[in-house]
Unconditional design. Sequence first.
Length: 246
Amino acid sequence: MKRNCLPFWCGWLLAACLFSGAVNANVVISTTRVIYPAEASEVTVSLSNAGQHPSLVQVWIDDGGADVAVEQLQVPLSLTPALFRLEPGKGQTLRLFQGEHSLPADRESLYWLNVLDIPPKAQGNALQVSLRSRIKLLYRPQGLPGTASQAAQTLSWRLVKYNNAWMLEAHNPSRFFVNLSELAVQVGTRRHEAASSHIAPMSTQRFAVPGLLQTRQETATVHVASVNDYGAVLPAQQPAVVVRTP
């Protein structure tokens, strides 16, 4: 992936990204996720500066290594421009395109689009804070069986006791990533929240269920909310079999 960025910015990116979202970023991404159809020659993403001051913006793609230095990343997708100044009230279009490396054709691949908002130099003793936004970038091959919108409905769940701890085990038989915003399991009359993330295509993922110590139930109810291509949250209930593994 080619980047027209100064070595200086690459060197201190990780330190700049340590700040949380307690301060509002001026640079706004027009979407919550990016879908890259394999048949597209390129995909565009719009940014805008909603603040009152110009920002220096650096953008890059990673493959899940959020803390890897930019110059060390090797991903099969590229973008331009990689470094630019964005005036207040103005916008900038990013162009994403495939590199020379091939990607799996039988399932989706997950990458992340990073946008680092670097404000102008602070005056006096004021604190200068750089903020990073990071959203999912899904590469979607052409002709996959099924649809992304139906992938969450194909999940099967088990409540498994593993290493003396209860975990929700989800199997995703589809060729699409299932992105979760909420996950909980109800055993009897008690509901237990679980950590939520995403489930890769044709894979099994386990999620910790803190607070669930024991159960005599044979079945449980999983409360899950998935996120579709447009960022809409779709709640659902699905059954889970309780499995007591050694």
